[in-house]
Design a protein around this ligand. Sequence first.
Ligand code: FAD
Length: 316
Amino acid sequence: MQNLYDVIIIGGGPAGVGAAVESSILGIKNILLIEKGDNHSQTIRKFYKDNKRVDKDYKGQEINLEGNIQFIDGSKESTIDYFDKLLDQEKIDTAFNNEVESIEKANDVFRVSTSKTGYLAKIIIVAIGRMGRPNKPDYKIPLSITDKVNFNLDKCSQGESILVVGGGNSAAEYAIGLSNSNKIILNYRKEKFTRLNDINEKMIWDLQKTGKLSLALGVDIKGLESENGDVRVLFDNDTSLVVNRVVYAIGGTTPIDFLKKCGISLDEKGHPIFDENFETSVKNMYICGDVATTQGGSIALALNQAYKIITHAFKK
Ligand SMILES: Cc1cc2nc3c(=O)[nH]c(=O)nc-3n(C[C@H](O)[C@H](O)[C@H](O)COP(=O)(O)OP(=O)(O)OC[C@H]3O[C@@H](n4cnc5c(N)ncnc54)[C@H](O)[C@@H]3O)c2cc1C
C-alpha cells in the first residue's frame, strides 16, 4: 500500500516551503514537498545574483506577515539559509529532482505522478511559481551563440560585457547586481521605466550617473548575430553593438498546460480561478504564490497565502 499523505505540496519555492512549514506547525504529520530542482527555492537560487539584497516589502508592497514564519530583509544567501533551517526544524519530507507531471483525483484521493514515481494525497497545494518558462524574444537566436544568450544569471562571469534586456524589476536587479563586476548596458524598448520600484529606479539612475551602467532606452532589438563568438545586437534604429553576453528578463508565463492537466479551471485570460482561500475549482486542490498572482508576487505575499491555505484546508 502506498503512503497516503495528508498534504502534498508541489514546488519548493517560498510558497511551497511556507505551506509545508505551516502545516507542520499546525500539527500535520504526513507532509511531502516535491521540487523539480535539486534543492528548494530554485527561483531564488537561479534568478537572484549572489549577495542580492532581498526585501521583505518587495517593490514597495508593505506586507504584515500573518503566519508563523518570521521572514525579514536579508540577502539571497540568508533567505536560503532561513528556509533550510525551517525545513530542518520541522523535519519536512522532501522529494527533490522530482518534477510533477500530472495530478488526477479519484474517490477524493489525489494521485500525483512525477518524473520518478507516484504519490497519494488528500490535499494538494500547487506552488510552482511562474519562472519555469521565461518569455523568449520573437526573433531567432543563432545556434552558435545560444550559450551566450541567457534567461537567468547562471552563466554570467566577472568582467564580461553584458546587455540586460527588460524594463521590470528583475531586469533592473540583474543589471544592478552585475554592475559591480561587469560592463552593463540595460536595454528597455520604452523611453521610460514605468514598472520599477523606487529603490531599483534610484539605484539604476545613480549607477548610470557614476558611469557604472549604461542605458539604452526607447530602442528595441530586432535580431542577434554571432560575431567571433560574441553577440552582435541589432537595434530597430539601425544601430548595433557587440557584447559578450545577452541576458533577457522579459517576464515569465503561467504554466497553463500544467494547471489544465491538473483540472484547474482558467479564466478567459488563462489565469487560474480560485476562491478567497485559494481553493481551485478542484475541491481540496489549492494554488499558492506567484502562480496565483497575476502581478507583483513576493516572498512575504507567498508566505501569507500559504498560511491562509493551511488554516483553511485543515480547519474547515
Ligand atoms: C530577480 C528577482 C528578484 C526578486 N527579489 C525579490 C525580493 O527582494 N523580495 C521578494 O519578496 N521577492 C522577490 N522576488 C519575487 C520572489 O522571488 C517570488 O515572488 C517568489 O519566489 C515566489 O515564490 P513561489 O514559491 O510562488 O514561486 P518560486 O519561487 O518560483 O518557486 C516555485 C518552485 O516550484 C518548482 N516547480 C515548478 N514546476 C514544478 C513541477 N512541475 N514539479 C515540481 N516542482 C516544480 C520550481 O523549481 C521552484 O523551485 C524576486 C524575483 C526575481 C525574479
